[in-house]
Design a binder for this molecule. Structure first.
Ligand code: KG4
Ligand code: ZN
Length: 344
C-alpha cells in the first residue's frame, strides 16, 4: 500500500508519500516560520493563504521524488483537524479534489492521532503503549490500545506544554519559535538559580498544569527588570526547563504505574509532538521509563514536529482496516483524540 499524506493544520505546509512497509518515499515540509516571526506567533489568516500558495507544489514535488503518478496510489490521507480551520480547509479541499479526480480512497486523519501513531512508522512498536503527546496545542498522556482506541489518562488543565515554552520564551525576549530558542538559552544557564514551582506536585492523577509556572517566571522577570541580560535569561530558561521537565516526568511516572498494572508485560513509553525534540525532557523521560523497566521511544525530530509522513502513515493504518472516509466530511477546528473512531 502506498499513500499520499497532506498536512496544513498549523504553520507547516507538508506532503509525503509513504508505504505500508514503512518506507518514507518522500517527505516535503515547507515551514512558514519567516512569515509569522514578525508577529511573534502564528497568524491564522497568513497561514491559510500561504498553505493555498504552496500545497500544489509540495504535492507535485513529493510525487516526483517518490517517482510515482497518482494512479499508483492506494489512497490519500489528510489532516481533517484539529487545527487552524483556514489551513485545515486548504488541505482537506486539496485531498478531496485529488480523491475525486483519481477515484482513490480518502482518509480523514486526526492530527493528534498522526502524532500518536508515528512511532509505529519509525520503530514498528506494537499496541498497546503509553504515549506522552506534547505539542504547541496539546499535552496528554494516552494509553494507545489500537487504531482509534485512545484512552486519555491525563491532560492539561490550562496551557499546553509547547505553549508554556513559547510564552516563557516570549517573556525572556527570545526569538520565535520559543521552544527551541528556550532550549538553546537554557544550555548555558544554571537550572538551580531560581526556585520555580513544580505544578501538580503531590496531587493525585496524571493531569498537567503549566500556567502557575509561567506566572512564576513572569514574577522573576519583573523582579530582575526588563530586559534581562543574556546570562539572566539563560538562568531563568534553565530553571523553567528544569521545573517543567520535572513536573511532566513525575506525572508520566504516575501514568506509567497505572498503565503497567493494566497491561502487564508491555514496556514502551513513547514521546511524540514538537516538544519531544527537547533533549532535557527526553533524558528525564528515559530515566523515569528505565526505573520502571520501560523503554523510551522517540521518533526523530523531523517526524516529531509537524510533517505529512505521519499523516500518510495514519492513513495507511486506517485504510488497511477498511476505515476510508466519504468525500463530504467536515474539517474540524476541534477534534479530541477520544472522539476518533476506530475498529473496536
Ligand atoms: O507538534 P508541533 O510541531 O506543532 C503543533 O503544535 O501541533 O509542536 C510545536 C511546539 C511549539 O510550541 C514549539 O515551541 C515546541 O513544540 N518545541 C519545543 C522544542 N521544539 C519544538 N519545545 C521545547 N523544546 C524544543 N526543543
Ligand atoms: Zn503537531
Amino acid at each position: 500500500m502506498i499513500v499520499l499524506g497532506i498536512e496544513t493544520s498549523c504553520d507547516e505546509t507538508a506532503a509525503a508519500v509513504v508505504t505500508d512497509t514503512r518506507d518514507i518515499r518522500a517527505s516535503k515540509v515547507l515551514s512558514q516560520l519567516a512569515e509569522h516571526a514578525p508577529y511573534g506567533g502564528v497568524v491564522p489568516e497568513i497561514a491559510a493563504r500561504s498553505h493555498l500558495d504552496h500545497i500544489d507544489t509540495l504535492v507535485r514535488d513529493a510525487m516526483t521524488e517518490a517517482g510515482i503518478g497518482f494512479d499508483a496510489l492506494d489512497g490519500i490521507a489528510v489532516t481533517g483537524g484539529p487545527g487552524l480551520i483556514g489551513g485545515v480547509i486548504v488541505g482537506v479541499m486539496t485531498a478531496k479534489t485529488l480523491a475525486q479526480v483519481t477515484g482513490k480512497p480518502l482518509s480523514n486523519v486526526n492530527h493528534l492521532e498522526a502524532h500518536a501513531l508515528t512511532c509505529r512508522l519509525t520503530h514498528d512498536i506494537a499496541f498497546p503503549y503509553l504515549l506522552l503527546l506534547v505539542t504547541g496545542g496539546h499535552s496528554q498522556l494516552v494509553a494507545v490500545e489500537g487504531v482509534g482506541r485512545y484512552r486519555v489518562m491525563g491532560t492539561t488543565i490550562d496551557d499546553a506544554m509547547g505553549e508554556a515554552f513559547d510564552k516563557t520564551a516570549k517573556l525572556l525576549g527570545l526569538p520565535y519559535p520559543g521552544g527551541p530558542a528556550l532550549e538553546r538559552a537554557a544550555a548555558t544557564g544554571d537550572p538551580a538559580r531560581h526556585a520555580l514551582p513544580r505544578p501538580m506536585l503531590g496531587k493525585p492523577g496524571c493531569d498537567f498544569s503549566f500556567s502557575g509556572l509561567k506566572t512564576a517566571v513572569a514574577q522573576v522577570v519583573d523582579r530582575l527588570g526588563h530586559p534581562s541580560n543574556e546570562k539572566e535569561a539563560a538562568d531563568i530558561a534553565a530553571s523553567f526547563q528544569a521545573a517543567i521537565t520535572e513536573s511532566v516526568a513525575r506525572r508520566t511516572r504516575t501514568a506509567l504505574q497505572t498503565f503497567a498494572a493494566a497491561h502487564p508485560g508491555v514496556r514502551h513509553l513513547v514521546v511524540a509532538g514538537g516538544v519531544a525534540a527537547n533533549r532535557t525532557l527526553r533524558a528525564a523521560l528515559a530515566e523515569v521509563a528505565g526505573a520502571q523497566g520501560f523503554t523510551l521511544v522517540a521518533p526523530p525530530a523531523a517526524l516529531c514536529s509537524d510533517n505529512a509522513a505521519m499523516v500518510a502513515w495514519a492513513g495507511i493504518e486506517r485504510l488497511r482496516l477498511g476505515l476510508a472516509d466519504p468525500l463530504d466530511f467536515r474539517p474540524r477546528p476541534r477534534w479530541p483524540l477520544g472522539e476518533v473512531a476506530g475498529v473496536q
